[in-house]
Design a protein. Sequence first.
Length: 570
Amino acid sequence: MTIKNKLRAGFGFLFLLALICCGLAIWFLNRLSADSSVILKDNYETLQFVRNIGNALDDNESSLNSQQISIIEKNLVGQEHNITEPGEQEATDSLRSRYEQLKLQGNNIQKQADLRLQIRKLLYHIMQLNMSAIQHKNATAKATASQATLIVALIGSFLFLIAFSFIINFPGYIANPIRELTERIKEIANRNYHQQLSFNSNDEFGELAQAFNAMTFKLAEYENSNLASILFEKKRIETIINSMHDGIIGLDEKSNIIFANEVACTLIGITEANLIGRYAPDAAVENDLLRNLLQTSQNRIKIFADNRESYYSKEILSVINKDKAIGKVIILKNITEFQQLDEAKTNFIATISHELKTPISSIKMSLKLLEDKRIGDINTEQKQLIGNIEDDTRRLLQITGELLDMAQVETGKLNLNFGSTHPQNIVDYAVKAIKFTADQKRVNIDVHYDENLPEVRADLDKTTWVLINLLSNAVKYSHEKSVVNLDVKKLRGDEVEFSVRDHGQGIESKYLPRIFERYFKVPGATVEQTGTGLGLAIAKDFIEAQSGKIGVQSELGEGSKFYFTLKKVG
């Protein structure tokens, strides 16, 4: 039987019990009602008839008049039709006989008195018969009521016990299997798949138990096979990680170290057994290298390993699963060889640049001497050649200066002389330095200051060099007879912004992210506009070394705006 049918049977049984109890109560109530109606209908009406006849006789002791005869006749006929008790028929017949005799006596007063007395005795006898019947029927009704109360009470108590037992036990039939199923499901949620249900029934619970047992068997089977596969893949991944020459450290979402290969353990100086499973910040307390890996944003780290200094690049990869970070991996790549090559390149550039400055300065001195008329006059062609040599010498000197500055930045030997200066000092020096070049191209430099500008904390020489570089580029890319806007304004907070805007051809948006990269040149520039590709890269290093920011805004055909910020004093 299905659970649905069992529920129907259970509730139907309770409904049947209620019907039985109500039926018994109604049956006994009907019996009591019938007994009471018999008393009221039969005996009470007889008493009424007898009383009316007696009252009519008593109204006049002489001969009966027409009104008395009418009343007696009417009630006597009613009594004759309401014979209910034993002996009542004989008494009623006698009453009819005596009444008929009374009507025939005329003026015989003695005879009328005797008949009246006999009639009253018969009326009294009929009354006594009905009174006795009323008492008897009343006793019968009381007995019926007592019997009904007892039987209904017994049957009601029995039905109540059955219903109470049903209410107590039947819900358990439904709830107990569900409770057991819930407990088994919780065990499965804890990856305990060896769970079985035993419902000895042929209903849906039995089918559910069979399906549940089959499911747990399959889950246990899958878990065992899947666990073996996972362990195999884990072992293979660990082998691959340990065979890599880069140091690799894995952290979970709570910053616990879950794996570290041999290279990483060697670099950190902690064995794998003492590293795996530890909370990374706790392990970093006693290890400087691990603390630097976790706390600093420095991408290049110098590590003393294998009795020599080595250089490593740090890369942090976030592990994402369904848009949720579940950990991260720190990779340390050995870049010692590339670092050495880079240092050699930087030293070579610095040496060559330094050595070139001396002969270039000598060439400039020689050109000055050639231009001196005391040495001798030169013709127009020679003067033009000297001018070309001066331009090339100036360009070579600028290139060597930029290479030397870049070498300082790359070697970390950039020396900054911080001081407090007003922004106008920086602007005045830069505009004066670029004025000759701007006048040659007939470009006007429009300077605008905010009122009440605060002093800034900066290296005056390095910052002026940056502003000169930006102004020089703006003049290069401006059309003749155009304007370059130089604005200095106070920003919210503690910064002052210097911005240079030209109205040239502008820069395509795809080149803007690379504009401050070393040796990068915007395609399409003329020979006069291009340089080494180092000026903006050096400017970026100079500004960021002073805790400032540098950026660019440009649209093709709308010109470009280069800007940088410096911290105000105080």
